[in-house]
Design a protein around this ligand. Sequence first.
Ligand SMILES: [Zn+2]
Length: 80
Amino acid sequence: MLEDLDSLLPRRGAKHCKVGRILESLEPSDADILRAALADPAKWTVNALHVALRQKGIELGYQVLYRHRKLSCNCVSDDA
Ligand SMILES: [Zn+2]
């Protein structure tokens, strides 16, 4: 029944969640700003961040932002 289990392994390229991939694609200065916002929930709620990023042309859903902030995503912790 499980002889093809290996074929269901997550692909190695899927290390980062969408937030992590966006962070990697941004200019370093922009990535720092977004990391700072993600690290400051008192200033930026997930909802506020979602709306602000959309105005900047970056589509990130609530769930992915929330999970990345809580580090319950695929990103390594030192990349948050
Ligand atoms: Zn992540």
